[in-house]
Ligand binder design. Structure first.
Ligand SMILES: [Zn+2]
Length: 66
């Protein structure tokens, strides 16, 4: 079986986060992950819904194969 590539955001790795949320999408749906992460960061981490938060979310993305 071939492995697939996944884009992962682990909120626990964000600075000052005690949040355990992990978000995963197939790599080709990376934009969905950015949007979901932005949404989460606004609701749970008092971030603004703007481009800066999206860029921050993008910075947390790790690509994994399994
Ligand atoms: Zn979080």
């Amino acid at each position: 079986m071939s492995q697939e590539r996944w884009a992962v955001i682990d909120c626990a790795k964000a600075p000052n986060s005690n949040c355990k949320l992990k978000m995963v999408v197939p790599e080709d749906r990376l934009e969905d992950l950015v949007e979901a992460a932005c949404d989460h960061m606004c609701k749970r981490h008092n971030q603004e819904d703007n481009q800066e938060t999206r860029e921050m979310a993008r910075g947390f993305i790790e690509i994994k194969e399994w």
